[in-house]
Design a protein around this ligand. Structure first.
Ligand code: AMP
Length: 111
């Protein structure tokens, strides 16, 4: 989508700090981190949110997760995956993305 910031990041039109990339996803550092480790797993193909995501894509991301969290150094101590969805869910970018947060003991509830 031409006006989507994450599509522009995927296309290399907006710079990002890439942690991982393959033909289906990129993983970048969140520009406004909410924890010592805060990255975004972003599918390259535009999908508005998790409700519209193909299940094969979700399985693919789940399969990649162990490799990604090992790379981030949060495999042992744990991490949190957040998928904000819609207005009440606090989604500010309408391109599906998984927040991966960690590097400290996170509080709960998140609001
Ligand atoms: P959400 O509010 O769940 O839609 O998350 C969007 C996230 O994207 C926020 O945590 C932002 O800090 C992050 N973000 C927005 N623009 C960029 C960017 N150019 N590079 C990296 N992260 C970004």
């Amino acid at each position: 989508m031409s006006d989507c910031i994450f599509c522009k990041i995927v296309a290399g039109e907006i710079p990002s700090e890439k942690i991982y990339e393959d033909d289906k996803i990129i993983v970048i550092k969140d520009v406004n981190p909410g924890a010592p480790v805060h990255v975004l797993i972003i599918p390259k193909e535009h999908t508005d949110n998790i409700l519209h995501a193909p299940s094969e894509l979700l399985l693919y991301i789940q399969d990649k997760l162990e490799e990604i969290v090992k790379k981030l150094g949060v495999y042992e101590d744990g991490f949190r995956i957040v998928i904000n969805t819609g207005v009440d869910g606090g989604q500010s970018v309408n391109h599906l993305h998984f927040h991966v947060l960690g590097g400290k003991t996170l509080g709960w509830p998140p609001c």
